[in-house]
Write a protein that binds this ligand. Structure first.
Ligand code: ADP
Length: 785
């Protein structure tokens, strides 16, 4: 059968297959029907089957009795195959037995026409049979189509119900025509509440919103839209896809609030992270820090934050690898240190810190400060160093400049004190002279006393200033010997006597345990006690009482200086030991200092392994300063106090008996030389002066002095050189040389000691020191006058 679309071409004639063994009849009938039908013919059943295969007929008209396959057989065969079973078959017979005819109907024949039949009869039967067959076929097709459509409908509904999106359809009047379960759940309504009702009537809140605009646009433009919006009904975020469907719309939507929330959260976290990263990056850049990681396996150095070449001032040509930095750029000593630190940090996990030099431009070094931490990386045997690196070259240079300035300041302080001491020496000598000459005028005597006290004060200030410089540079050195505390106390009391007397203070001492010895620097310990007594004198109103005790407590020697002075408020008890600290509440005192005395005192005590504490019942109630020092160990082999270096004070007579011994005074400052000369002459010595080293050597050979007071800073050869040469002269082997100088640094002392100079006295020499030297001279020489 031809299948042409209906209406496009005229309907083709129905096709008849006419099966008849009698040729004449076959031709006659086929010609007869050919006006109305397209007629194929066959001589028996077998030929008929072949013809059916060639072109499927709308009807088969067949004789029953035929040679070969007869009509009944043909029917049977046709009905057995699905493609031919519905072809209507009209049987024609003249003399077929009744059984055969009945059988043919059983096998599926559709009609029977007995011979002889008229043409009209034949046409009528054929027409009717074709018509009924067509109707049947049409009914079946319709049924099948309906069934298919039913199935599609069911499938679609199932599909719409099963999709995860909510779905609804609206007709041209905005009425719900379909709503799936998800949409019902979303709206919280039943199907009946929605179907047939206008969306705008049901949800008036949506009228005039973006939703309505979008729906109308889809209908108007007949093109789909997809958008996200916050539902005015539920306040939740929905993702909608809207399609035109007929006059209306099909809408798929889903609730994306959770996703939106997650996205917003993520965005917030990202923004925060970005902000953090940005801040970190900015702050490290501003701080000039490069954040780096180095991996021993790849050897690569990676930087996290900033262009490292800017931060580290590296040229583009420098490869960023660990081996290049270590071998080509790092200073060899620093390289060894870094390797050691790397190993240590890897083993112990402690941070790696240090400043390392790398080659900069123009043969200069740049200083890189690395602060990192080693991780044993993912792979055993590999090291990972993570940290920050900073170019600290400028800081280093600034520190260097600062150190240089500091050094110059020290030099200046040393020079200053030297220069200050020089004029102090002749003044001190002059004072001693005036005192020694005696003067009955009480006014002059008072003036002398004032001058002496002020001079002592000036000397102490100069000494303290020098010590501050040494202390801050850790250069304060102790000359440790076994020292008797009672002697230290004696010397301190002696040197403060005038200050105490001037203020009318009464000093009492109490040595509770005799023979207490400590291993320490006698001068420095004397300085401690002297300082404490001076403070007590200074911070106690005239006529005060100062009491000093020495005692043993356990394995410590305790020296306590107590006064009944202005006292110290509790909050200041610790603070008084700070450098440059003075208690503000206290009245300014006459002869106030620089606020450095107690800082020095504490430093000296600490250097002796001791402690110092201030106690006071409060303002106006006096103070006690308690020094604790470890007692000397019995077994220790520290030499006892050297005779001349640390002359015992005790009760040295101020007026050493004159013995007429020869003393030479060498000083280029003629005031200093002559004032000392006169002072010594007054004491009965035979004195000769010299202004230069050369002159001293020359004069010494004939004068043969037993004692030489030698200034060190001299024009030409200096005092140390002069002393060395004098000591080399055989006749002058027994001469004692004492340096009298403004230079008091440890290095100066070491130089004089090395030259065999017996003592190093600082200008101005106090009368006590002078007496001690002279006393030692007489005992050493065994002179008796
Ligand atoms: P200064 O040169 O000011 O005396 P010190 O370091 O010796 O410096 O003392 C620091 C401060 O401690 C003093 O300014 C004073 O306020 C307080 N002070 C020290 N000794 C005494 C004392 N015996 N009685 C009261 N106050 C004292």
């Amino acid at each position: 059968m031809t299948s042409s679309p209906k209406g496009s071409t005229p309907p083709s004639k129905p096709r008849i297959l006419f099966v008849e063994d009698e040729p004449t009849l076959r031709i006659h009938v086929s010609e007869l029907l050919s006006d109305e039908y397209c007629v194929d013919t066959a001589g028996d059943g077998t030929e008929a089957l072949t013809a059916v295969l060639r072109a499927k007929p709308d009807i088969i008209v067949t004789d029953i009795v035929m040679p070969g396959m007869d009509g009944v057989e043909l029917v049977k065969t046709l009905r057995s195959a699905p493609s031919t079973q519905s072809i209507p078959v009209l049987l024609i017979s003249g003399h077929a037995p009744e059984d055969r005819r009945v059988e043919s109907f059983r096998e599926g024949a559709d009609g029977y026409l007995a011979k002889p039949y008229s043409e009209r009869e034949l046409r009528a039967v054929i027409g009717s049979m074709i018509h009924s067959a067509r109707q049947r076929a049409e009914a079946m097709r319709r049924e099948a189509a309906e069934e298919a459509e039913r199935r599609v409908h069911a499938d679609r509904a199932g599909l719409l119900e099963s999709i995860t999106d909510a779905f609804f359809a609206l007709d041209g009047a905005w009425r719900f025509t379909y709503v799936n379960q998800r949409a019902l759940d979303y709206y919280g309504k039943t199907r009946e509440q929605l179907l047939g009702h206008s969306i705008w009537d049901l949800f008036p809140a949506a009228v005039g919103t973006q939703l309505q605009e979008q729906y109308e646009q889809v209908v108007r433009t007949q093109s789909s839209a997809a958008f996200e919006m916050k539902s005015v009904l539920t306040g939740r975020w929905v993702d909608l896809r809207v399609f035109p469907a007929g006059q209306g719309l099909a809408v798929y939507f889903r609730d994306v609030s959770d996703r939106r929330r997650a996205e917003e959260k993520l965005q917030a976290v990202l923004t925060k992270l970005e902000g953090r990263e940005w801040r970190l990056s900015l702050s490290t850049r501003v701080a000039g820090l490069a954040v780096f990681a180095w991996d021993s396996r790849s050897d690569r150095i990676t930087f996290e934050n900033v262009p490292p070449r800017d931060i580290l001032t590296l040229s583009q040509a420098v490869p960023l690898t660990g081996s290049h930095f270590l071998r080509q750029m790092m200073q060899p000593d620093d390289r060894r240190v870094l390797r050691r630190l790397l190993l240590r940090s890897t083993r112990s996990g402690e941070p790696l810190r240090g400043v390392f030099r790398i080659r900069g431009q123009a043969e200069s070094w740049r200083y890189l400060e690395i602060n990192g931490s080693c991780e044993s990386a993912h792979q055993p045997g590999t090291i990972r160093l993570v940290g920050v690196v900073k170019d600290v070259t400028e800081r280093r240079q600034a520190e260097e400049a600062l150190r240089e300035t500091d050094r110059r300041k020290d030099e200046f302080l040393a020079l200053l004190s030297h220069e200050l001491r020089n004029p102090l020496a002749p003044i001190a000598n002059g004072l001693s002279l005036l005192k020694a000459r005696g003067c009955a005028d009480p006014v002059a005597q008072r003036a002398l006393g004032v001058m002496e006290r002020q001079l002592n004060h000036l000397v102490r200030l100069v000494d303290d200033l020098l010590d501050v410089g040494r202390m801050t540079h850790g250069k304060l050195q102790l000359r440790v010997q076994r020292v008797s505390l009672a002697e230290v106390l004696g010397r301190a009391v002696e040197s403060t006597r005038t200050a105490l007397e001037a203020n009318g203070h009464t000093l009492t001492t109490e040595v509770r345990d005799e023979g207490l010895m400590v291993d320490g620097d006698a001068d420095r310990l004397t300085q401690v006690v002297t300082n404490l007594i001076h403070n007590s004198a200074k911070y106690t109103d005239a006529g005060g009482r100062i009491h000093i005790t020495i005692r043993q407590e356990g394995d410590e020697a305790v020296v306590a200086v107590t006064d009944n002075g202005i006292g110290i408020p509790p909050h200041a008890l610790e603070q008084v030991f700070e450098m440059f600290s003075q208690v503000k509440l206290q009245q300014p005192r006459a002869g106030g200092g620089l606020g450095i005395g107690l800082a020095l005192v504490r430093m000296i005590v600490l250097m002796h392994g001791g402690t110092i504490r201030a106690t006071s019942a409060g303002l106006g109630l006096g103070s006690t300063f308690t020094v604790r020092l470890p007692l000397a160990r019995a077994d220790a082999s520290i030499p006892a106090t050297a005779a001349l270096d640390l002359p015992a004070s005790g009760d040295v007579a101020l007026e050493t008996p004159c013995c007429g011994a020869r003393i030479m005074v060498v000083d280029d400052n003629s005031d200093a030389a002559t004032s000392l000369e006169e002072l010594l002459r007054l004491k009965g010595y035979s004195v000769l002066t010299a202004a230069t080293g050369e002159e001293a050597i020359e004069k010494a050979q004939t004068f043969r002095p037993q004692l030489i007071f030698m200034d060190i800073g001299l024009p030409g050869i200096d005092g140390v050189e002069a002393a060395t040469r004098i000591r080399a002269i055989p006749e002058l082997q027994g001469t004692t040389i004492v340096a009298v100088t403004g230079w008091g640094q440890p290095s100066d002392r070491a130089r004089t000691r090395a030259a065999g100079i017996a003592a190093h006295l600082l200008k101005p020499v106090t009368p006590e020191e002078l007496e001690r030297v002279l006393a030692n001279l007489s005992s050493a020489e065994g002179m008796t006058g």
